[in-house]
Ligand binder design. Structure first.
Ligand code: AHR
Length: 309
């Protein structure tokens, strides 16, 4: 839709404001809250008219939101898909309406890659691998078996699938006495992490390490571990993904041992990409990868003041 970008100077009139329809996953985690804020702030800063909807972690809500953006004839559609599968039909509808689609944060599994222009987001498999290497670091010098529990993210979502894969890959090549003894979804929420960890501790009292696929589930699990009379970070070593403020606080308290960062501040890159595709650019990189770091307890106090979210 190139007419939106006709410049004021070439026509003598005012340039049309670009309208972006954005469907967010939900508000399940601190990461998500920071991501939503980043998208809203960046749209305001870029002078983009943002239509925002929260899908409450339900794919059918996202499909309905995308259809409504098509009906409203927005210039660009963006969404962070709850799950990877089931998008072909609605994305074909967007393509037929000539509305470009930008994925943020999470990928989709579609038969035709031209159904979206680009994905702006993290390499979740690498995050799972980094988390496993952090676990190896945390367990240095440990003697005896390691009985790992894993709290997975939302079933069928790209971060849950890929972090599970990356973590398992590194663990398979690690010490053969280290085993993932139990794994289940906690749906990326604090409450989910707490409930599932409480059940894990009942069924597997031998657990001495936990990989939580986000900070919120780790924070919920910490409550369950303390309620069971154990010390998080000591009796049960904990590695998580994200790096939100509360995760850093837990690291400074010795309750989370290490975090593989996942950066939620995708708003500015999304607005840049939206402007480019609205101007007719189609050859953006298919995947614009987010840069991120690893953090251990000894770095947490120094980094905490810089964690804005
Ligand atoms: O897709 C990114 C993941 O989704 C974050 O790790 C998690 O906190 C969020 O809910």
């Amino acid at each position: 839709k190139t007419n939106n970008t006709t410049s004021a100077s070439s026509t003598g009139g005012a340039a049309k404001t670009l309208t972006l329809g954005f469907s967010q996953v939900g508000s399940e985690s601190g990461w998500r809250a920071a991501n939503t804020q980043s998208v809203k702030d960046a749209a305001a800063a870029a002078g983009i008219n943002l239509k925002f909807s929260d899908a409450e972690q339900k794919q059918e809500n996202q499909i309905a939101a995308i259809r409504s953006y098509i009906q409203q004839k927005v210039d660009v559609i963006s969404f962070s898909p709850v799950v990877v599968t089931g998008w072909d039909t609605v994305l074909q509808e967007a393509k037929a309406a000539k509305i470009p689609v930008i994925l943020t944060d999470r990928s989709v599994d579609v038969s035709d890659p031209s159904l979206y222009v680009t994905l702006i987001g993290s390499d979740f498999e690498a995050e799972g691998e980094r988390a496993a290497h952090l676990m190896e670091h945390v367990l240095q010098g440990h003697t005896g078996p390691v009985n790992l529990a894993q709290l997975e993210g939302t079933t069928g979502s790209a971060p849950a699938i890929d972090r599970t894969k990356g973590f398992a890959k590194v663990m398979a090549a690690s010490d053969p006495t280290w085993k993932i003894v139990v794994t289940q979804t906690g749906n990326f929420t604090r409450d989910g992490g707490k409930q599932v960890m409480a059940a894990f501790l009942q069924s597997h009292p031998e657990i001495n390490a936990l990989f939580a696929q986000n900070d919120d589930m780790a924070l919920g699990a910490i409550q369950a571990i303390e309620a069971a009379g154990k010390k998080p970070g000591v009796d049960i070593k904990i590695v998580s993904c994200d790096g939100v403020h509360d995760g850093f606080v837990a690291m400074t308290q010795g309750k989370i041992n290490a975090i593989a960062e996942c950066n939620p501040l995708l708003g500015p890159q999304l607005m840049d990409a939206a402007k480019q595709v609205a101007a007719g650019k189609t050859d953006l990189p298919k995947w614009i990868k987010t840069k991120e770091s690893d953090f251990t307890q000894d770095q947490a106090a120094a980094a905490l003041p810089t964690r804005k979210y």
